[in-house]
Design a protein around this ligand. Structure first.
Ligand SMILES: Cc1cc2nc3c(=O)[nH]c(=O)nc-3n(C[C@H](O)[C@H](O)[C@H](O)COP(=O)(O)OP(=O)(O)OC[C@H]3O[C@@H](n4cnc5c(N)ncnc54)[C@H](O)[C@@H]3O)c2cc1C
Length: 282
């Protein structure tokens, strides 16, 4: 490892649970003992060879087995490009089914992450194709995209489970909202729809004003929803919500491929500032 790699890993440790499964499981146990559930994610994306996808799938299947054995409270998240979507859609569907089959035996939920725009249709189609047979699956929707309100409606109408986020990828203004306030508004519109029409969904954000509105809606609607945050971003708020009785889920990536994920986190300046502040303080 070079000095740059070591420095990078030191920073990345704020939002990565370690480079191997054992590190990740120990961290998951520690979250669980703090009343927080986990969303475990083996890092891998943009895979273009079957060999790499197979290796990722093996690790994901091992992860499911280990979570079951260690009685980890939580779910897993997989990326479509980690499970073969860039190789072929058929291959992706086969791998997604295989993971769902194993996870359903353990009663573990499998979330499909949402990646670049070019995969949105295929990801939603795969999800809708499987969500009737496998109740243990959910899908991420990015409020940043103009199409997302329609997608949320379509998924909710089919009793699907949405994990609502703002969206971490950069898009042109033809397909996405460019202003933060527009993304915020669309997030609230999707969230309102979910409160009215969905039994089970996740509000995945660190935005305190959205969380506050969601908690008010929980009271008004007499309904409990899931909350989600990324490891290392606003940990004290996550912990406070968990101890106040909210269902908090910490997205916890692990594995050797931490660089791309870390760059995406650092590209969100608000998060970068928090992380830099916490490194200086630690
Ligand atoms: C569980 C989970 C899963 C995700 N999965 C995906 C996925 O599959 N695909 C995808 O594209 N994206 C995903 N994301 C990332 C997401 O799209 C956003 O990029 C990321 O969550 C940042 O958006 P935000 O909603 O937290 O809002 P932001 O606007 O980034 O931040 C919220 C607000 O909170 C403030 N804030 C944050 N921390 C502090 C602090 N410590 N003190 C004071 N103010 C603070 C910020 O200033 C900001 O105004 C996921 C996020 C989560 C939480």
């Amino acid at each position: 490892m070079t000095i740059i790699d070591s420095l990078g890993m030191l920073i990345a440790r704020k939002w990565i649970a370690g480079e191997n499964l054992e590190h990740a499981l120990r961290e998951a146990e520690s979250y669980n003992s703090n009343k927080e559930n986990v969303i475990m994610n083996y890092l891998g994306e943009d895979l273009r060879s079957r060999r790499a996808v197979e290796q990722n799938k093996e690790e994901i299947l091992k992860l499911l087995e280990s979570m079951h054995k260690r009685k980890i409270k939580g779910s897993i998240a997989v990326k479509p490009t980690q499970t073969g979507i860039a190789v072929s859609n058929r291959y992706f569907l086969k791998n997604y089914s295989e993971i769902l089959e194993k996870a359903s035996g353990y009663k573990i939920t499998v979330w499909l992450d949402m990646e670049q725009y070019r995969y949105v249709d295929a990801t939603i189609n795969a999800y809708l194709k499987h969500c009737k047979r496998y109740r243990n699956t959910g899908i991420c929707i990015q409020a940043k995209l103009k199409r997302s309100f329609g997608d949320v409606k379509r998924i909710a109408k089919q009793n699907g489970r949405v994990r609502l986020v703002k969206g971490a990828y950069k898009y042109p203004s033809t397909i996405a909202f460019g202003e933060k306030v527009e993304v915020y508004r669309n997030y609230l519109m999707c969230m309102d729809y979910l409160f009215a029409h969905s039994k089970d969904f996740m509000i995945a954000t660190h935005d305190e004003s959205i969380i506050k509105i969601a908690m008010e809606k929980e009271r008004e609607n007499n309904k409990r929803v899931l909350f989600g945050m990324l490891k290392g971003i606003r940990p004290s708020l996550a912990s406070k919500l968990a101890w106040s009785g909210e269902n908090m889920n910490i997205y916890m990536p692990y594995g050797e491929e931490w660089m791309k994920y870390s760059l995406r986190r650092l590209s969100e300046w608000e998060h970068a500032k928090i992380i830099i502040r916490s490194i200086i303080r630690d």
